[in-house]
Design a protein around this ligand. Structure first.
Ligand SMILES: Cc1cc2nc3c(=O)[nH]c(=O)nc-3n(C[C@H](O)[C@H](O)[C@H](O)COP(=O)(O)O)c2cc1C
Length: 214
């Protein structure tokens, strides 16, 4: 067994520590966030710290790194109040990863990696045309986290777009069927294998299978 104390973690090489700590919290959703600035210049970045905050109202949060490390998505969200979150498929995982490169302001990652900006209805932020599950968000709150200069960005879902056959009768989205990719750390991507869906847990009752997956 490996054991790391707090001081042991602190003394590690920074890249080793980043891999260790980034992968520790487990498999994560990973998506592309699409934005525009005031001049309609598009921007696309890959983000994996995306978290469900509540369904009523429908709120989603993500953590943005310190401004100096990841400036463009945050600045565009601050100035327009709008952004899209787009699931990633195996077919374009390398393109998605490439959006994490530090492109200069004024360069669109859509163009650089050859993904398609898609405008739906009158929503001003671009979706990713190739993505099968995507949603538009309206900024609600940006909470700066003093502990490490990151930001919790909270948005309310404005619109949600997905293929018909991914939606199950009870509202559950079958992301496995859609091929949505997940991630661990900052450079590894995974497909999924379903295990089960279970009923609402109640004290003293054994969980029962709700819907077999396949
Ligand atoms: C798999 C993966 C996950 C990432 N997750 C995040 C994240 O959750 N938050 C963040 O700020 N940056 C994250 N990044 C880094 C951003 O993609 C990168 O900083 C990007 O250049 C930000 O672009 P922007 O300046 O256009 O916003 C991640 C990178 C990779 C490869």
């Amino acid at each position: 067994m490996q054991f790391y104390s707090e001081s042991g973690i602190q003394s590690l090489d920074r890249f080793y520590r980043a891999n260790l700590i980034n992968s520790l919290t487990g498999f994560k959703s990973v998506s592309l966030i699409g934005t525009v600035n005031q001049d309609k210049q598009t921007n696309l970045g890959v983000f994996s710290s995306i978290v469900h905050l509540g369904s009523d109202p429908a709120l989603v949060g993500y953590i943005n790194r310190p401004r100096i490390a990841a400036p463009h998505t945050l600045a565009n969200i601050e100035s327009t109040g709008l952004y899209t979150i787009n699931h990633i498929l195996p077919a374009f995982v390398e393109k998605a990863h490439q959006t994490s490169a530090k492109y200069a302001e004024g360069v669109s990652e859509f163009d650089e990696v050859d993904l398609t900006p898609q405008y739906i209805g009158d929503f001003q932020a671009p979706f990713v045309g190739e993505s099968l599950v995507k949603y538009g968000l309206i900024l609600q709150e940006i909470i700066p986290l003093k502990i490490n200069n990151t930001f919790l960005v909270i948005g309310k879902i404005h619109s949600l777009i997905m293929e018909d056959d991914l939606l199950q009768q009870d509202g559950f989205i079958d992301l496995h069927k859609g091929g949505t990719v997940c991630s661990n750390g900052i450079d590894s991507y995974y497909g999924t294998t379903p295990i089960c869906r279970l009923n609402y847990a109640k004290p003293g009752q054994q969980p029962v299978l709700k819907l077999p997956h396949e």
